[in-house]
Design a protein around this ligand. Structure first.
Ligand code: PEP
Ligand code: CO
Length: 447
């Protein structure tokens, strides 16, 4: 029997231990009374859009910060993330010739699973940072103590972020006539800008032609508005439970902290709390799948999380690493394609490609590209649809991943290394990747 609190009867990983149960309960009682962050109707709309992905009629672009933070919360960061997502989506739509479902890792992506429970610097050992919703980033004993009040701050930051995203999506910034202006300032100097400007010009000409034929932004809202959805890893289950509500229209249960939720690589065991909790909510779900997976586990997870085999419900997000994907994925696809499961297959080329340079955690852009290419090539040769990408990125010109045409090097990683968790693609690298994916998408849709 499932209830929103039945996950407590299952083994669970990656949770904080709060010093005071009383404080935790007080916060959860407050959260339970706060309004839902998303509306069930929007979640249903997302599932319908994702059902198109599973039928090869659309493509999923999911991306954003590894971890949102309280410190980097600003209108400019949200606006630039929105712009880079739109830019990438337009590149994919234009070249791939299919609708793009846009899902941010945003407005709730705060809780982080960690490989080690402790972090050690110069002989001092402290509990690891687990994301701003749980404890503080500073390497300081008191900062690392889990504080339930952080859930309230995360909730309000998510609400404010969503509010601005909705404004941008419906209030004019997404008008296709603004396509030139989505370009971020620092992109202006390089060759990518030219490639983007050429495409924008073609879009403008197409819009002029359509307008002459009577199709314009007044009679066709989709030319000036977009749907943008939110997602995060549903890791901190007390928070997710508090935002889980019964939809009064349908009687269905939704986790109203975001439109889409995913289960991380470290918490996806079949008979543990995270899988159990998410099996009971109606939202579209993702599961991260790393190189150690066995195929039977994916099938069992699909049966547990999507027992009615609904289209658009379940997104399998592979994150194997540039080389490992080449030997692991062909056998996975060749088995899964005969199971009759409605699944979306995406690639996260970030989490299997982390390296360290000095004290910096980084990723090589070439490895990211290689994993994406391998994913598309393997899918094409197995006759499976490569339906989406899942990226860690930002609209800022940070220097966290090495390579790309903006040429971030080992030596200049320290120039703007701002992430509190994993290294993100900067806006240039994200756009460059979008052009590359657009070519692969076009080929994969033709075969
Ligand atoms: C993440 O997406 O930030 C993450 C931790 O991913 P994974 O579970 O795939 O390691
Ligand atoms: Co990450």
């Amino acid at each position: 029997m499932w209830s929103k609190s039945s996950w407590k009867e299952y083994p669970i990983r990656q949770q904080p231990i709060y010093p005071s149960q009383k404080d935790l309960n007080r916060v959860l009682t407050k959260l339970e009374k706060l309004p839902p962050l998303v509306f069930a109707g929007e979640v249903v709309k997302l599932q319908n859009a994702l059902a198109k992905v599973s039928r090869k009629e659309a493509f999923l672009l999911q991306g954003g910060d590894c971890a949102e933070s309280f410190g980097n919360f600003s209108a400019i960061n949200i606006r630039d993330m929105f712009k880079i997502l739109l830019q990438m989506a337009i590149v994919l739509t234009f070249a791939g010739g299919c609708p793009v479902v846009k899902v941010g890792r945003i407005a709730g992506q705060f809780a982080k699973p960690r490989s080690n429970d402790f972090e050690e610097i110069n002989g001092e050992k402290l509990p690891s940072y687990r994301g701003d919703i749980i404890n503080g980033f500073d390497f300081d004993k008191s900062a690392r103590i889990p504080d339930p009040n952080r859930m309230i701050e995360a909730y309000y930051q998510s609400a404010a972020t969503l509010n601005l995203l909705r404004g941008f999506a419906k209030g004019g910034l997404a008008d296709l006539r603004e396509v030139h202006r989505w370009n971020l300032r620092f992109l202006k100097k390089n060759k990518l800008h030219k490639q983007y400007a050429n495409m924008s010009e073609k879009i403008s000409q197409t819009l002029n032609f359509m307008e002459a034929c009577g199709i314009n932004i007044q009679n066709t809202p989709s030319l000036k508005e977009v749907d943008i959805y939110t997602s995060h890893e549903a890791l901190l289950l007390p928070y997710e439970e508090a935002l889980t509500r019964v939809d009064s229209l349908s009687g269905e249960i939704y986790d109203c902290s975001a439109h889409m939720l995913w289960i991380g690589e470290r918490t996806r065991s079949l008979d543990e709390a995270h899988v159990h909790f998410l099996s009971g909510v109606k939202n579209p779900l993702g599961i991260k799948i790393g190189p150690s997976v066995n195929i039977e586990d994916i099938i069992a997870l699909a049966n547990t999380l999507n027992p009615n085999n609904e289209e658009g419900r379940l997104n399998i997000i592979f994150r194997m690493g540039a080389e490992k994907i080449a030997c692991n994925l062909p056998k996975i696809f060749s088995k899964l394609k005969n199971e009759g499961l409605n699944l979306i297959y995406s690639i996260d080329p970030m989490h299997g490609n982390i390296t360290k340079v000095g004290n910096y955690k980084t990723r090589e852009f070439d490895k990211i590209i290689l994993e994406v290419k391998n994913f598309f090539e393997i899918a094409m040769s197995e006759g499976v649809y490569a339906g989406g990408v899942h990226l860690e990125m930002t609209g800022q010109d940070v220097t966290e991943c090495m390579g790309g045409s903006c040429n971030v090097t080992m030596q200049n990683l320290n120039k703007r290394y701002e992430t509190q968790c994993d290294p993100r693609l900067n806006a240039d690298q994200a756009l460059e990747l979008a052009f590359l994916i657009a070519d692969l998408l076009k080929r994969s849709r033709e075969c």
